[in-house]
Design a protein around this ligand. Structure first.
Ligand SMILES: [Zn+2]
Length: 169
């Protein structure tokens, strides 16, 4: 089932998410919906708070569904390692129409549970490292806009407020 994606300004996006305590049928359903919603958007990553669920779960698929092996489901993820630095343009399904250059690690190792509840440890470089950091940020209530410096951030926030007042956000 497709779930609506919340946009910048919705309180769930701006608060830290809670750990998943038990892998229930509802959690599995949520993950299925997140994957479907990510592919439909289309996007390469989606975190549970983006569909209004304040739990520490994200999904990433750099192939956007073209390669079954590329789908990553992470439950209660934590960083094991982060190193280096990359600067690239980035966007977010919760901030449609806006992009900005964001500093991210060049390499990141994340551990957590997979959809079956097994421990997994995954290494990401370049775009995957960027996606890991972007989705981990969502679980802490941080959007890429919050990673920008003052003036750049203010400009985007002002435009969003304007769209919001016009009923276009
Ligand atoms: Zn995002």
């Amino acid at each position: 089932m497709l779930r609506p994606i919340l946009k910048f300004g919705d309180s769930v996006l701006h608060a830290p998410a809670r750990p998943v305590e038990r892998l229930t049928h509802e959690i599995d359903q949520l993950i299925g919906d997140m994957v479907e919603t990510m592919y439909a958007a289309p996007g390469i990553g989606l975190a549970a708070p983006q569909v209004g669920v304040p739990l520490r779960i994200f999904v990433v698929d750099l192939s956007v569904g073209r390669n079954a092996n590329d789908l990553i489901v992470m439950i209660n993820p934590e960083f094991v390692e982060r190193e280096g630095m990359q600067l690239e343009e980035e966007g977010c399904l919760s901030v449609p129409g806006f992009n900005a250059t964001v500093v991210r690690p060049e390499r990141a190792v994340v551990k957590g549970l997979d959809r079956q509840g097994n421990e997994q440890r995954l290494e990401g470089k370049e775009l995957l490292a960027r996606a890991f950091q972007h989705e981990m940020d969502h679980l802490d209530g941080t959007l890429f806009v919050d990673r920008l410096r003052g003036i750049k951030r203010d400009l985007i926030v002002r435009k969003i407020r304007k769209l919001s007042r016009a009923g276009k956000w």
